[in-house]
Every structure is written in structure tokens, then in C-alpha cells.
Ligand binder design. Sequence first.
Ligand code: HEC
Length: 464
Amino acid sequence: MIKNYLAVVVLSSSVALFAQNQDIDPFAINNGEIPTKSEYSGSLFKFNYNYPKEYKKPENTPWSKVLNNKPLTKENAYDYIMALKKYVEPSMKTFILDQNTWNNSSQEGWYSMLWAGEDVSLTGWEGRESIYGTYTGQIQPASVYKDYGLTVPVRNYAAIYYDETAAYTLYKVFKNCNKSKNECIPLIQNNEAQFEEGAIIIKAASASATPEEWPLLEGAAKWQVYRKPFDLNGTINDKPTVVTDTRVTIFDIIVKDSIASPQTGWVFATFVYDKNAKGENAWEKMVPLGAMWGNDPKVNSAKNPKEELKETYINPNAPEYAKVTLGYGLRLSGPFDIAVKYNVKVDDTTVESLRSSSCLSCHGTSSFKLNDYNMITFFYPVKSIHNNIWDMYTPGNIQWNEWFQNRWGNIPQSQKKGVIALDYSTFLEQVLMNYAAKYSQDNKLNNAKFFEEWKRYKKESRKH
Ligand code: HEC
């Protein structure tokens, strides 16, 4: 009798947990919020997930010519990343400068991600916005750029595209997806998530601040996005969604190139808007901030802050504002990547600002464990987060340094059994969690606490 009674209680509480059961559509184009014609009369974002079914190795690429068959160095890094920029220019220039023309164009050769269109309440994912397919990004207070004229909190909106070669990996991961059956179970167990040589992924992000609020954005390309207002705590959900003018501030290009980067397989490069740069338009004024192809594990920047990095190149002529947010030991990180954490705890003392990440450090944590929806490795070298206080590992110690190793994309940072590394793709990690959310709901797995934890950490990681 007692047993039965318990069973009933357990059952009804699990029903309650999933009362907000959400029907997530992996194929959704956007989050379902569409502006009226009077709010916005242009074209909307197109969702291309018709991924290529074959891998054609790109030959004689302009960036590899810079290398002369040798690994990348700080000496040729500038030429290398300019070759990448030039290579993507025919399509990406339109994408950056002219929203409506891009939305109306064929966008040939560029693809977007499944499982990312709709909001997912369990993971806190805010979906893809309908005008330009952007995702909500981090929010920074004006104080981060107080010396560079920012007067209001700034949020960024990021658009992400995969080229032909990179999208072949999405094909492998989503090979079993079937829209007519509304089924989309990702495959990652047999190295499907590893990218092929020559894969290029781009991410551009625009800032919510206007040039009046942040004068260094004068002349930057304008994108309209359809989003709710925000404050320092995130999106204000009870306010209406509005067409919002934003200004393109950063443009990232990452490329899989094992000649340039024999230890990690990737080169991560970022360009930033510089209103004082030479150039006819905002595309030409996107100047290299730098590139990185490794975490310089041999350089202990906490112990030897003056020791020179060999696997990060920073352009000496990049605008100063973009260097405020460089990462650990000045490893590469961009203006919106939140590599610098403020008011954190290190060995029981509060540190006002700490350079704690880098492009490859954060992306290198990307991993997933099937049927176990715990977060595997957090983006940052953090021991714990309590009451919004981040307790960091001691910079330069053994644990901290785990975040600054060089690993091949199929080697996870975590030593836990069964963990699958996702080849530096943080976006894929996010959408696997979105998939896991739906799977858990549909199968009543009763594991909401894992998602609560993920959501809490993810939210923390998006604050300055
Ligand atoms: C502290 C973490 C962090 C740092 C540092 C960081 N990123 Fe990311 N990046 C992310 C996350 C998380 C996403 C996925 C999108 C999302 O969840 O909003 C992402 C997405 C991307 C994407 C889209 C494809 C993918 O892999 O997810 C590119 C390209 C990218 N970042 C480039 C860079 C570059 C270049 C740098 C350094 C200049 C950088 N990132 C620094 C966390 C980071």
C-alpha cells in the first residue's frame, strides 16, 4: 500500500515538472516572433540546412599559400587572416553591409544550424530572431568601455554561418534528421562532429548601442533585429519585441587548418570595427584584432607576465578599445567574448578584474556526454559559483592551466568516461543541449536539475 502511494506521488511530481512541456521544433526558422509589415517591410532571414552530403577538400586556398607549407607564425599571421577575409568577401561584404540584399540573395554556400531556431525554456536558449537570424549575446555594463566612450549597457546579437566544408560536418551530425517526421536526433558518437580540413565558420556580432551612445561606432554597418529590450540581468520578457537598430562591431573567421595549426587544428581570427581605419565602407573598416592557433601552454603568464606568446598574434594597429577585453596573458579574445571577469575571488581575495579566457580556451571546452545532461566542462577556470561570486582556480596553477592546453578537436578536456569532444564548436554544444531538453521532456527523464545547472552557468557566462 505504502509503496503504491509513493509511486503516485513520484509520478504526479514528475508530471508537474513537465507541465510546461514545450514542443520544440528542431527545424524552426526562427523563434516565431515576426514583425508586422508596418514595423519592418524588408525580407526576413532564410534558413538553409540543405547541408552538402560530400566533402570536397578545398585545394590551393589563398590562406594556405601564405604558409608555404609551414605552421603559422606571428610574422605571417596578419597576411593569413587578411587572405581569409578576402576569400569570404564576395558574400560576406554584402552580409555585413546590406541586410536586405543578403536576405534576398541566394546565399549560396552558407548554412545555418538546426535545433537553434526556437526558444528552449529548459536551457535558456532564446532562439533565432526573424529579421537577420541572430542569437542574443552577452551583456556588458558601460563600465567595461568607460575609457572608450560607452554610456549605456551593451548587448550583442550574433549571426553564425557555416561554409560548404564546415556544413558537411553538420550534414554528418544531422544525417538522420527528417523534417516530414519532425525527427532530428544528432549523431556524435563516431567523430561526426569533427570538422574537415578547410572548414570555415563565421560569426558577426552587432552592438545594441547607437553611435550617439558609443561614438566609436559612427559609420558602422547597421543591422535591424527583432528582439525584446534587455537590462543587465538579461532579456526583459514582459516587454514587447521591437525592431532594434544595431551596429556591426566584430567579425570572426575560424578555419580548420592543420598545417597552420598542427596542435589544435584551428586558427581563430577576429576583426573589429575601426571608424578611423582607411576604407570606403564599414566592411573595409573591419580590421584584424588578431589571430590565435594555440593556447601557448608553455607560457605561464601568471608567473611570467612578460613572457612572449607564440601562438597569439595581436595587430599593433588594432583600435585600443578592442584590447580591453583580451584574454589570459593577452591571449586573443574579442570585445564581446567576456574573457575578462570582474570582481572574482582568487585564493580568498577579491580581484577587480581578471583575464580568464581566450578564444581557444573557451571553445576548447566544447563537449557532450550522451544520455547524461550534466554540463561537462564550464567555459572558464572556475571552481564554483555561489551567490554570483566566481571562485576561480589560481591563475597559472595546474587546474587553471587545464583551460590553456592545446588539444586536438576530438580530445576532451574532461577525463570523465564517455565524454565526446566537439572540435571547438560551442554552438554545437548548445544545440545538443536543446535537443537533450526535448528528449528529456518527451521521455519524462525527470532531470530538470541538470538543465537548471546548465542554464545558471550559461547565464553567468553571458555576464561581464
Ligand atoms: C568565454 C567563452 C568564449 C570566448 C572567449 C570566445 N567564444 Fe566564440 N562562442 C562562444 C559561445 C558560447 C558560442 C556559441 C553561441 C552562443 O551560445 O551564443 C560561440 C560561437 C562562436 C562561433 C560560431 C561557431 C562555434 O564554434 O560555436 C565562432 C566562429 C566564434 N565563437 C569565434 C570566436 C573567436 C574568434 C573568439 C576569440 C576572438 C571567441 N569565439 C571567443 C564562447 C566563446
